[in-house]
Write a protein that binds this ligand. Structure first.
Ligand SMILES: [Zn+2]
Length: 164
């Protein structure tokens, strides 16, 4: 067998230990006689095996594990302390039941309409309140002006009399 064939076997099967016993015998008996192939084996071993030699013993620094733990812990805290998350979890359970889902959808729509209506009413009430306030101010301004125009002046309007 030529050195080239031996070296091919060294690179492919011999170094990763997958070589069958028969081939292994051929390689090793060749290595005993051939210095060039022994040299090749040393070089190949250093090139292929050594870079991975320490990989198993390379443990990530403690700080990395601490960081990962912190993140996990924080996420758990968020899940626990978030009431919305709890509601969502319960809703998920409810949503897995088709009948309930339809009921939930109906409730959701009703709620949405109620909220929208309430907001609408609330907004309108605010508008009315604001408008009536402005109207009152305007009226009192008018009455004040008219009183002044009448020449009465002073504190003799009803509102002023009430407060003074
Ligand atoms: Zn050789």
């Amino acid at each position: 067998m030529k050195c080239r064939d031996i070296q091919d076997m060294i690179l492919t099967d011999y170094l990763d230990g997958q070589i069958d016993p028969k081939k292994k015998g051929i390689v090793e008996s060749h290595l005993k006689e051939c210095a060039a192939c022994r040299e090749f084996l040393v070089t190949a071993t250093e090139a292929v095996i050594k870079p991975f030699d320490h990989s198993e013993s390379r443990v990530p620094p403690e700080s990395i594990w601490q960081g990962i733990q912190d993140v996990i812990h924080r996420e758990q805290e968020v899940e626990v302390s978030n009431p919305f998350y709890d509601v969502l979890e319960r809703m998920k359970v409810l949503l897995t039941m088709p009948r309930t889902m339809r009921a939930m959808a109906t409730v959701a729509v009703v709620l949405l309409i109620t909220v929208t209506l309430f907001k609408g009413i609330n907004y309108r009430q605010q508008q009315i309140a604001r408008a009536s306030q402005e109207e009152m101010e305007y009226l009192s301004y008018l009455s004040g002006t008219s009183e002044m125009l009448d020449g009465n002046g002073g504190y003799d309007t009803d509102i002023e009399a009430y407060f003074l």
